[in-house]
Ligand binder design. Structure first.
Ligand code: ACO
Length: 329
C-alpha cells in the first residue's frame, strides 16, 4: 500500500497595485499647512523613512485595488480566475459592512464557487490570511488560493492629526498559493493581545444608519513602537524554531512596512545584513495589510527574491496582533 504524499502550500505568483496618485512628503506638508498643521519632509523621513505614499481616488474601493493586484498575481502564476477555489482578503478598510470584500473581488474577477472571506487583523492581516490559507490547503479544504492584502487607509486618516496622517498610504498586494508536494510555507506563528486594543484603533461603528463614535484612526505611536520591536523578534525566533531553521537561513526579511527604524531594529536582532531587508516603506508608506505582499511583489519583480530563497514575512499591528510566516519561495 502506498503512503499518500504530504501536502504543502507554495506561492506560485505575486502581484501588486498602487493607485496612480503619488503624494510626496513635501506635497502632503503643503496640503496640511493649508489647515495650519505643521510637518516637514525632514521630520517624516528621519522618524519613519517614508518619502511618499499613494492615495486612491474617491471612486476606488479596496476591492478595485485588490482585483488589480490579484490579476497580476494570477498572470505570474499562469492561472485563470476560474481555477481559484479560495479568496482571502486581509483588510481593515472593506468596501462595505457586508458582504466581504473577498466576495466583491470574487465577482469582479469572475472566480465563482470557492470560499471567499475577509480577515481583519489590521497590519498583521496578510500574515494571518496566508497562515489560514496554508492550513486550508494542507487539510484539503482548498487547492488554489488567492491571498490579498488591500487597503484604502486614506479614508480613515485624520488629516488634522500630524502624528498619524503622514504615516499611511493605499495599495494592494496578492499571492497565488497552491497545493504542492514540496513546501512552500515552512511554518507560521499567529498571536494577539487584546489588552492593547486602544493603542491603535478606529473606534467608530455604524448604528441606526449613522456612524457612531470616531471613525478616524487613533494611535499611541510610542506604545506601538515598543510593542512592535519586541514581538517581531519573538515571532521570528518562534517560527524559525518551528521550521528547524536558524537566522542564517533567511535570505530575505520582509517585515510589515510601518517604520524603517522598527524594520532595521528587527533585522539587527536577527543578525541580517541591511541589504537582505526588503524596504518599500519609503515609497509606499504604511499600507497596513497590503504592505507585506506589496513589498514581496516589488522584491520578486526586481529580481531580489528568487525561486528557492527562504523568506521571512512578519506582520504586526492593531489588536494588538502579530505573526510570522517562514517560506521557501
Ligand atoms: N511632523 C512634525 N512633527 C511631528 C509630527 C509630524 N508629522 N508628528 C509628531 N511630531 C512632533 C510631536 O508633536 C513631538 O513634538 P514635541 O516634542 O514638541 O512634543 C515630536 O514630534 C516627537 O513626537 P514623538 O511622538 O515622540 O515622535 P516619535 O519619535 O515617537 O515618532 C512615530 C512618532 C513616527 C509615530 C513613532 O512613534 C512610530 O513610528 N511609532 C510606531 C507606530 C507605527 O509605525 N505605526 C504604524 C501603524 S502600527 C503598525 O503598523 C505596527
Amino acid at each position: 500500500m502506498s503512503t499518500p504524499s504530504a501536502r504543502f502550500s507554495r506561492i506560485t505568483g505575486t502581484g501588486s497595485f498602487l493607485p496612480p496618485q503619488r503624494v510626496t512628503n513635501a506635497e502632503l506638508a503643503e496640503q496640511l499647512a493649508r489647515d495650519g498643521i505643521e510637518t516637514s519632509d525632514d521630520w517624516i523621513v528621519e522618524r519613519t523613512g517614508i518619502r511618499a505614499r499613494h492615495f486612491a481616488a474617491p471612486e476606488m474601493a479596496s476591492s478595485d485595488l485588490a482585483v488589480q493586484a490579484a490579476r497580476h498575481a494570477l498572470e505570474a502564476a499562469g492561472r485563470k480566475p476560474e481555477e481559484i477555489d479560495l479568496i482571502i482578503v486581509a483588510t481593515s478598510t472593506p468596501d462595505m459592512v457586508f458582504p466581504s470584500t473577498a466576495c466583491i473581488v470574487q465577482r469582479k474577477l469572475g472566480a465563482f464557487g470557492g470560499a471567499a472571506f475577509d480577515v481583519q487583523a489590521v497590519c498583521s492581516g496578510f500574515v494571518y490570511g496566508l497562515a489560514v490559507a496554508d492550513s486550508m490547503i494542507r487539510t484539503g479544504l482548498a487547492s488554489k488560493a488567492l491571498v490579498i492584502g488591500s487597503e484604502v487607509f486614506s479614508r480613515i486618516l485624520d488629516f488634522k492629526d500630524r502624528t498619524t496622517c503622514v504615516l499611511f498610504g493605499d495599495g494592494a498586494g496578492a499571492v497565488v498559493l497552491e497545493a504542492s508536494d514540496q513546501p512552500g510555507v515552512l511554518a507560521s506563528e499567529l498571536h494577539a493581545d487584546g489588552r492593547h486594543v486602544e493603542i491603535l484603533c478606529t473606534p467608530g461603528t455604524v448604528s441606526g444608519g449613522k456612524v457612531l463614535g470616531d471613525p478616524l484612526l487613533k494611535m499611541d505611536g510610542q506604545a506601538v513602537f515598543k510593542l512592535a520591536v519586541g514581538v517581531l523578534e519573538s515571532a521570528a525566533r518562534a517560527v524559525l524554531a518551528k521550521a528547524g531553521r536558524s537566522d542564517a537561513d533567511i535570505d530575505w526579511l520582509i517585515p510589515h512596512q510601518a517604520n524603517i527604524r522598527i524594520m532595521q531594529g528587527t533585522a539587527r536582532k536577527l543578525k541580517m545584513p541591511a541589504d537582505k531587508l526588503v524596504v518599500t516603506v519609503d515609497e509606499h508608506g504604511n499600507t497596513s495589510a497590503a504592505s507585506i505582499p506589496l513589498a514581496l511583489d516589488v522584491a520578486v519583480r526586481k529580481g531580489q527574491v528568487k525561486r528557492g530563497d527562504t523568506v521571512m514575512l512578519e506582520g504586526v499591528g492593531g489588536g494588538f496582533t502579530w505573526g510570522a510566516v517562514l517560506l521557501d519561495f
